[in-house]
Design a protein. Structure first.
Ligand code: HEM
Ligand SMILES: *[C@@H]1O[C@H](CO)[C@@H](O)[C@H](O)[C@H]1NC(C)=O
Ligand SMILES: *[C@@H]1O[C@H](CO)[C@@H](O)[C@H](O)[C@H]1NC(C)=O
Ligand SMILES: *[C@@H]1O[C@H](CO)[C@@H](O)[C@H](O)[C@H]1NC(C)=O
Ligand SMILES: *[C@@H]1O[C@H](CO)[C@@H](O)[C@H](O)[C@H]1NC(C)=O
Ligand SMILES: *[C@@H]1O[C@H](CO)[C@@H](O)[C@H](O)[C@H]1NC(C)=O
Ligand SMILES: *[C@@H]1O[C@H](CO)[C@@H](O)[C@H](O)[C@H]1NC(C)=O
Ligand SMILES: *[C@@H]1O[C@H](CO)[C@@H](O)[C@H](O)[C@H]1NC(C)=O
Ligand SMILES: *[C@@H]1O[C@H](CO)[C@@H](O)[C@H](O)[C@H]1NC(C)=O
Length: 321
């Protein structure tokens, strides 16, 4: 009995110790993670992002969104990059992603450049996080220090992509919950939505808004209808921010204040509810938006990373090793 309980206590002690060590390891991202193992990783990613954005400005928006859609599904673990195979279904055909997320080829190009200088060292998840930061900076937005050391998943989850990535049909309380489920505040949700100052949306995602909603500027709605007929042309594109679609600035919030949000979800942030004052603040102060945005991006980028011996460093971002 005495020996049973002392071994029991020893087992518990070891378990507690293991949990603490694992817990600490999993919290451990660092901005200098690749300083000795791949000192040129960040400069390599940045120059590849700069050339992709110079080639097509929208690519900056697409790379930013890729990071968001990665992080909201089981954390920032590059799960979104895994291709479907005969016996594996990933996240690419989830409703928010299918025919919509872009940038996979750019990530592949970056990954092969980084693999050629430091094989097996830099994760796909970190590449996506750094590429999002460099994309925003390339389009005139703020920069921030990216925490590094994320590892790549060996799984993906289609149903979580469908449930956890917020839909443009959500109302304000739905948007607040979707972000609060990830530990992000309503204020951070408003700041992160400022991403829609760049990039494009498909007609299918804003048709109901321009034909059926009343909290929209009438001439703005009319001007969108020729490119987005009431029937068909689902994939026709319009800019999320009509004022300056390829500049990362606070114009998105000016759009909202003048009832020119493109998506239903965009206008929800300024529709007589609890986030109106935050939108007004950002519409008047570019600096408060850019600062809050950068801080919220760091927080989003730290969602549930795989660290230590969890996950792997994929050789090819599209498949597990
Ligand atoms: C607040 C909830 C959000 C909703 C409901 C939402 C929804 C959408 C939708 C429907 C589109 C257009 C997709 C298409 O039509 O193909 C879009 C585009 C985009 N979203 Fe969001 N989004 C949200 C938040 C965010 C966040 C937090 C980020 C980044 C941190 C982001 C970044 C982008 C970017 C950059 C684009 C343009 C992508 C491109 O042109 O390729 N969005 N979003
Ligand atoms: C890590 O590398 C960056 C970029 O080269 C440099 O600015 C920074 O001082 C380095 N930090 C450490 C702790 O070595
Ligand atoms: C899954 O499919 C791949 C080819 O796409 C094949 O190489 C692999 O053996 C299959 N795995 C299982 C467990 O069926
Ligand atoms: C994805 O989109 C393609 C065409 O863009 C479509 O054929 C396919 O049915 C869609 N898949 C899902 C699961 O919605
Ligand atoms: C995806 O996540 C859901 C909800 O957490 C879970 O029930 C399901 O088993 C997961 N699917 C896969 C393929 O991991
Ligand atoms: C928001 O949407 C949810 C789910 O669709 C609904 O239950 C709720 O009543 C809506 N809230 C408001 C304020 O419209
Ligand atoms: C507009 O609303 C009506 C009534 O709810 C609906 O029948 C119609 O399909 C909607 N049109 C669009 C473009 O969403
Ligand atoms: C709608 O937008 C147009 C064009 O920017 C502007 O001239 C008009 O005053 C706006 N309408 C309202 C009601 O604000
Ligand atoms: C949409 O197209 C279908 C046939 O493709 C047609 O029957 C219907 O009347 C159209 N609806 C509208 C609102 O134009």
């Amino acid at each position: 009995m005495a020996s049973y309980s002392s071994s029991f206590i020893r087992t518990i002690t070891i378990c507690v110790f293991v949990v603490l060590v694992v817990g600490m390891a999993s919290a451990q991202l660092s901005s200098t993670y690749y300083n000795s193992s791949c000192p040129n990783a960040l400069s390599t990613i940045k120059s590849a992002v700069n050339s992709a954005v110079a080639n097509e400005r929208r690519m900056g928006a697409s790379l930013l969104r890729l990071h968001f859609h990665d992080c909201f599904v089981n954390g920032c673990d590059a799960s979104i990059l895994l291709d479907d195979t005969a016996n594996f279904t990933g996240e690419k055909t989830a409703k928010p992603n299918n025919g919509s997320v872009r940038g996979f080829d750019v990530i592949d190009t970056i990954k092969s450049k980084v693999e050629s200088i430091c094989p097996g060292v830099v994760s796909c998840a970190d590449i996506v996080a750094v590429a999002a930061r460099d994309s925003v900076a390339a389009l005139g937005g703020p920069s921030w220090t990216v925490q590094l050391g994320r590892r790549d998943s060996t799984t993906a989850n289609l149903s979580t992509a469908n449930s956890d990535i917020p839909a443009p049909t959500l109302n304000l309380s739905g948007l607040i919950s979707a972000f609060s489920n990830k530990g992000l505040t309503a204020k951070e949700m408003v700041a992160l939505s400022g991403s829609h100052t760049i990039g494009q949306a498909r007609c299918t995602n804003f048709r109901a808004r321009i034909y059926n909603e009343t909290n929209i500027n009438t001439s703005f709605a009319s001007s969108l209808k020729s490119n987005c007929p009431s029937n068909g042309s689902d994939n026709n594109l319009s800019p999320l921010d009509a004022i300056s679609p390829t500049s990362f600035d606070n114009a998105y919030y000016k759009d909202l204040v003048s009832k020119k949000g493109l998506l239903h979800s965009d206008q929800q942030l300024y529709n007589g509810g609890s986030t109106d004052s935050q939108v007004t603040t950002y519409s008047r102060s570019s600096s408060s938006f850019l600062t809050d945005f950068a801080n919220a991006m760091v927080k989003m980028g730290n969602l549930s990373p795989l660290t230590g011996t969890n996950g792997q460093i994929r050789t090819n971002c599209r498949k597990t090793n």
